[in-house]
Design a protein around this ligand. Structure first.
Ligand code: FNR
Length: 218
């Protein structure tokens, strides 16, 4: 257990619920994701959509390098962490408008902060599909912006009846799948953070000279 706790110790995750609602099911799911990450040795920076909400995007507002407070905050938090995890509601088979609006604002920074950042998408809904269509819609702007969106997404169906009092999932098999999904993502984030250094150290250990073919490791 001790070893497991150290494994992801230096990897930090911005975890946020993309619902503005007080009793949000997605906030519950995001909180559970935060718990699972901490249990597996990761560091969590938890946030609510309220912190990132932005006025409706209008290019005319972009004078003197203006960015709204919510975009400023999101940009700061995405850069301060190794990866981000969003639990997003599905509205009409897509993502909530205010979430796309925030993404549009944040995409205006240079360097563009979504580029090459790892992301995991979660959703919760009272429906049988758990809001999964919304996540497919959410992949489009992120992939367009160069985010590495993890292939496995987790959507919690019938979410209004899925949680225990303590915020864990009632269904044990589902709870295991959720944890496996998160740990898989954590492993990827950790590898993409540390693997380039290990590769360089390995080449140096072998005493190999950096040739044209290997110098990309630098
Ligand atoms: C919804 N909801 C919904 N659910 C779903 O599974 N597919 C959908 O297309 C929609 N569409 C939709 C549109 C609008 C405008 C609203 C307000 C709601 C229901 C939604 O999943 C439910 O309200 C969730 O509880 C919202 O997530 P939070 O706020 O609980 O996290």
């Amino acid at each position: 257990m001790e070893e497991q706790q150290n494994e992801h110790g230096h990897t930090s995750f911005l975890v946020f619920s993309a619902s503005l609602r007080k009793d949000s099911l997605n906030t519950k799911l995001a909180k559970l994701a935060a718990q699972v990450i901490q249990k597996n040795g990761g560091t969590v920076d938890f946030a609510h959509m309220q912190e990132f909400d932005c006025p409706t995007f209008n290019q005319d507002l972009e004078v003197d390098n203006y960015h709204p407070q919510g975009a400023e905050e999101f940009c700061k938090r995405i850069l301060a962490n190794d990866a981000f995890i969003i639990a997003s509601p599905e509205y009409n088979g897509s993502m909530p408008g205010y979430l796309k609006n925030m993404i549009d604002w944040v995409s205006r920074y240079r360097p563009q902060p979504f580029h090459q950042h790892n992301a995991l998408l979660l959703s919760a809904s009272p429906s049988m599909a758990g809001g999964n269509r919304g996540l497919w819609a959410l992949r489009i702007p992120f992939e367009h912006l160069g985010t590495r969106v993890y292939p496995d997404m987790f959507s919690l169906a019938s979410a209004q009846q899925a949680f225990n009092e303590d915020g864990t999932l009632k269904d044990e098999k589902l709870a295991k799948r959720f944890e496996d999904n998160l740990v898989g993502f954590m492993n990827l984030v950790e590898a993409s953070k540390h693997y380039p250094c290990i590769k360089k150290a390995w080449v140096e250990f072998l005493g190999e000279k950096l040739t044209k073919e290997t110098e990309r490791i630098e």
